[in-house]
Write a protein that binds this ligand. Sequence first.
Ligand code: NAP
Length: 273
Amino acid sequence: MSQHSAGTALPAITLGTGLRPPTDVYRLVGWALDMGYRSFDTAALYGTEAAIGRAIRDSGIDRRELFITVKVRGNEYGSRARVHQAIERSLEALGTSFADMVVPHWPLPMVRALPSTFAQMLDARSEGLVRGVGLSNASSAMVRAVRTETGEWPVVNQLHLSPIVGQTDFTRFAETVPVGIQAYRVLESGSGLMQTRLISELSQQYGCSPAQLLIGWQLGLGHRVVLGASTLEQLRANLDSRPLELAPADSQRLARLDRFSLAKPDPVTHFEL
Ligand SMILES: NC(=O)c1ccc[n+]([C@@H]2O[C@H](COP(=O)([O-])OP(=O)(O)OC[C@H]3O[C@@H](n4cnc5c(N)ncnc54)[C@H](OP(=O)(O)O)[C@@H]3O)[C@@H](O)[C@H]2O)c1
């Protein structure tokens, strides 16, 4: 378990809004707010900021009760003006004066701008635009480089993490540094993982659904999760997930599904602006 992950206000369960049309996002965020979600993940790339902002305003829920994560695209990395403008554009679309967390969407080591972008985000924090600065899809070496060059650890690293993408290098590293883990693609939806005999057996054994087993395993390891959902039922089931303390033998059975260890695409080579 990441011993330092309790240090931030980032809730255990966040609703993700990637790759969804804004009309769906508006509806899903509205339902999610009604049932108790308080954390939402967006990105300039997703085009979902305005829909989230509208759903929040229509809910009447106080902005201060919420946790909103925004992501800056690679084509805005580097200078103070670009990074600040990117954050301000996201805030304007959301209709809020601050974000709770900002992260550079991909590390893009080939453009060599991660530490400088992170430093500009820290500057945005000192100006009150954001409350915390994290990373996304970063390796342990990238986190170390950011720490060395800026003197600060990212609050959290949002990364692909599931039984089949184990990220053992990063999870071991996170045991030793004050960087929380926020896992995405936890369910490996569309891969057939939730339908496998092992997941079905374990979910019966632990008295939950396959999705709740996969979520509960991550939460039990001390990780936070960011999850997509397409129905009211999925939203509710995901929010109702609880941390699971799996027997060591069961945890090992899950860990043995690790086929890639690292995420695909590989953040070291992935280029996306
Ligand atoms: N930082 C990054 O680079 C990055 C990359 C990817 C994602 N993310 C973030 O992570 C969020 C989650 O994305 P993801 O790819 O990880 O999605 P996910 O949560 O793994 O999958 C979402 C899909 O899983 C299915 N699902 C959800 N709850 C379920 C349940 N209780 N039972 C059965 N099926 C369920 C639904 O698929 P059906 O519609 O088929 O039912 C839903 O559309 C994104 O929205 C985004 O905010 C970040």
